[in-house]
Design a protein around this ligand. Structure first.
Ligand code: ZN
Length: 142
């Protein structure tokens, strides 16, 4: 499959197979005017199958959000047809405004204008805890 070389842009690689479309939607890539390619189920020696997103423009990416959704992602910045920078994402220590606390007695349920904020408490099990009430949120099937 030939997608065409990107001169300036971003290649989001090593996306877990099946999450590409979700990330496409979360990042609002449908609103971009530039070339965007979503490749599903590409062969990967490391992962078996993976998804890849190519964006023909340098846009601001929320690395915390991406790392939260899929910590195995690699983000490649392409400048003048060359790899300028490669970022390997990890689970962010803190996330805000991405998940909501499900504890009905949490202060954020009573005061919805409070910012939802979670901190990483177990990176292996991908468990985050609400900073207000310690309620756990496990990220499995986002
Ligand atoms: Zn809470």
């Amino acid at each position: 499959m030939i997608i065409g070389q990107i001169k300036n842009g971003i290649v989001i690689d090593h996306i877990s197979a099946g999450k590409g479309m979700y990330i496409y939607n979360v990042l609002g890539l449908d609103k971009l005017d530039c070339t965007v390619a979503m490749i599903k189920n590409a062969d990967s020696t490391k992962m078996g199958k993976k998804d890849i997103i190519k964006i023909g423009e340098v846009i601001d990416l929320d690395f915390d959000l991406l790392g939260f959704i899929d910590p195995g992602i690699t983000v490649n910045m392409i400048e003048n047809g060359r790899l300028a920078k490669r970022e390997r994402l990890t689970l962010p220590e803190r996330v805000s405004g991405i998940i909501r606390c499900k504890n009905p007695r949490c202060i954020t349920s009573v005061e919805p204008e409070l910012k939802q904020e979670f901190r990483l408490s177990d990176s292996e099990k991908r468990i985050y805890r609400c900073i207000y009430c310690e309620h756990a949120a496990q990220i499995e099937n986002i």
